[in-house]
Design a protein around this ligand. Sequence first.
Ligand SMILES: Nc1ncnc2c1ncn2[C@@H]1O[C@H](COP(=O)(O)OP(=O)(O)OP(=O)(O)O)[C@@H](O)[C@H]1O
Ligand SMILES: [Mg+2]
Length: 369
Amino acid sequence: MAQLSLRGITKRFGAVTAVDDVSLDIASGEFVTLVGASGCGKTTLLRIIAGFTKADAGELTIEGKRVEGVPPSKRDVGFVFQSYALFPTKTVADNIGFSLSIRHRPKAEIAERVKELCSLTQLSGMEDRYPHELSGGQQQRVALARALAPNPMILLLDEPLSALDAKIRALLRSEIRAVVDRLGITTVYVTHDQEEALSISQRVAVMNEGRFLQVGTPMDVYLKPSNRFVANFIGISNNLSGRPIDGGQVEVEGRPVQARVPEGLLGRDSCDLCVRPENIDISRPSDGSDAMAGKLTSFVFLGQMVRARIATQAGQELVVDTSTSHWLANGLAVGDPVAWSIRPDSAIIFAPDDASGSAADEDPAPGAS
Ligand SMILES: Nc1ncnc2c1ncn2[C@@H]1O[C@H](COP(=O)(O)OP(=O)(O)OP(=O)(O)O)[C@@H](O)[C@H]1O
Ligand SMILES: [Mg+2]
């Protein structure tokens, strides 16, 4: 049985449908992330689970019991808000112990729990400091410890790391995952950062305009996006056009590419391909190769890899990721002709101008390349 179950959850604010018929079962101890662009309904859905916002329709159960009308304090749910919202005039210890002190737990028990949580979240020695005496990362740890203090069954985290710089974010997300795994707490995590979603989660729900477009493991949503929106939102995707030849081949710019063509597209005169930058190979053109032709338009060095942009002969723009060693071996300069090819069975094929094969029919994500 799912520990947390959403069935047809819908919430409208006037003309805006913030959450639109969302269903999901989350198992005990599972770590699920809601990922989507700003305004897609992530916070609203989290607030509905916590009980701060009432859904207009749908059913929400925790441990099999419907919780409509149950106040947040009685739902056994911990919440870390989008802003840390620490009490500025309380110390770290008093912030963490707050929920226990309003429940009139004995002082010794609170002190013991605070000590335990400080050690778990690497705050030991900072108990007597005030929030303004802490770094952003430390304040975030206090917010996490405070949410964990009453030992909730479910933990909800709303973009807890968005105010931090990239390095501390990467560190803290692995800390958060380690802490909740150790405690076995069911966690729903919200972020608009797809890399964060892939790295921290057991399952990812990709949201757009209040709906779930795909729910799956990080590898599933990256390698097998169920529609074009997901392909473009999770990671970078090159969108190319081609023509299905048979079940295992597509013609792209006059050359055959090995790819799995969905049955419904056989016999059609065109299809769209989504290809990840790491699944395109480029090299100097050589005689007799059946690679496609193009020209290097720009590149950036990113350390272990080089991200290049090429213009194909047919005028399509592609992003290509190449290992730095391969790049150096090629010795390409901007303006040089290149040969490019798509790795066998790496392209994901969709019907043209129709995002799916599935229910969704959204345009590619704005800003996605
Ligand atoms: N209390 C409210 N009254 C009116 N509209 C609201 C309210 N809360 C949210 N909305 C609207 O509902 C939609 C979803 O908002 P929500 O805060 O859930 O988005 P989000 O995915 O958390 O975005 P972000 O990543 O920016 O935090 C938005 O269009 C927002 O303007
Ligand atoms: Mg939000």
